[in-house]
Design a binder for this molecule. Structure first.
Ligand code: INI
Length: 158
């Protein structure tokens, strides 16, 4: 039996992060969590790029060219969409998630969805460094594992 698992080391990995300025009180915490986790796992800060966009809806617009560039081993999307603040929060969330999945499928570059869909600001706070942890940190771990497992697959470990 062959079991293929992506290691947890970020050494040598090139990671791109797209982040939304909307709700930046929370998204900045997600970014801090993601950067701390990447660096704790051995990523070189020079190998990390951070691209800011106005809102979560704009994340796919930068993630696609980043993925197509083949300059990154994995991409991370960070945003916070709060239901209470808009009638179309659910639409934004669904659209962003579908676009992210499509970009990953089209390009073969893992794109990790770190967009929080919260009902309230309290929930957003809990998930961006509060009592439910920091989603930026957990999606950084996902990005590392996916980058490494895809490197193995493309290196012929099938
Ligand atoms: N963008 C977010 O990232 N989070 C939100 O909660 C949000 N709300 O509530 O409206 C939001 N809207 C802006 C949207 O992402 C776009 O920037 C805008 O619609 C322009 O395309």
């Amino acid at each position: 039996m062959k079991v293929i698992i992506g290691e947890a080391s970020a050494k040598g990995l090139r990671i791109g992060i797209a982040i939304s300025r909307f709700n930046d009180l929370f998204t900045r915490n997600l970014l801090a969590g993601a950067l701390e986790t990447l660096e704790r796992h051995g990523a070189n800060p020079d190998d990390i790029s951070v691209v800011w966009v106005p809102g979560a809806f704009e994340l796919p617009s930068v993630l696609r060219p980043m993925a197509v560039s083949k300059s990154y081993d994995a991409l991370i999307a960070l945003g916070v969409v709060i239901q209470g603040s808009t009638g179309h929060a659910g639409i934004i969330n669904g659209q962003v998630a579908a676009s992210i999945a499509q970009i990953a499928a089209d390009t073969g570059v893992p794109v990790i969805d770190g967009v929080i869909g919260a009902q309230t600001t309290e929930q957003a706070m809990e998930r961006s460094g509060g009592k439910q942890g920091n989603r930026g940190s957990s999606v950084a771990e996902t990005a590392i594992e996916m980058a490494n497992v895809l490197k193995k697959l493309s290196g012929g470990h099938l």
